[in-house]
Design a protein around this ligand. Structure first.
Ligand SMILES: [Zn+2]
Length: 189
């Protein structure tokens, strides 16, 4: 089971923080039950043809740590995933925003699970390396990364994988749209 905690720098009694934490705990419970039921050897196919088995998804879900925060990660970012520690620093308004929509909470939490897997991390590293090599001599290249096709590619990879897992779990497809195709919490109703 994933873990859910509150950023120690936050006021844990804040209603927005509480609401986000409770939403994540409820999603955690729902997803755990469904993930537990995936057959061990069922391959779930990612955007690049790599696969995750039911056992892989269980192992990954056990390791993901959600930390609810209100910290800003820059315009358009709903959070930040730290691969080394398996930690999803996720903004409270990202959680509550997505959770307003049918399948939205499941979609965003499983998106984070894809960031936590080797396949997602390989895409992130490949895209960052490509971008870095082509742009490292330009001013503010790091700050501009979010608006690039490379960044979008990583996010789309995670959304594709999340959708594939949801289908395996019998969760209805998320039907919302995004302003830029990838931003967290940036939804049109
Ligand atoms: Zn992401």
């Amino acid at each position: 089971m994933a873990t859910v905690s509150i950023d120690p720098n936050e006021d844990a009694t804040s209603p927005d923080i509480r609401k986000a934490k409770d939403a994540l705990l409820a999603l955690n419970e729902e997803l755990l039950e469904k993930i537990t039921a995936i057959p061990s050897d069922t391959p779930i196919v990612m955007a690049d043809g790599k696969t995750l088995s039911g056992d892989d998804v269980r192992r990954l879900w056990d390791k993901v740590k959600f930390v609810v925060t209100t910290k800003s990660f820059g315009p358009g970012y709903g959070g930040s995933f730290d691969y080394a520690s398996g930690t999803s620093y996720i903004r409270a308004d990202t959680v509550t925003g997505w959770d307003l929509f049918p399948s939205g909470g499941e979609f965003i939490t499983l998106h984070e699970l894809i960031h936590s897997c080797d396949h997602g991390e390989a895409v992130r590293q490949a895209m960052w390396t490509k971008y870095y090599n082509e742009n490292k001599d330009k001013p503010d290249y790091a700050a501009k990364y979010r608006d690039t096709a490379e960044f979008s590619e990583v996010e789309e990879y995670c959304y594709f994988g999340a959708r594939a897992i949801m289908r395996q779990l019998g969760i209805a497809d998320f039907e919302g749209t995004f302003d830029h195709g990838y931003e967290y919490g940036d939804l049109d109703v």
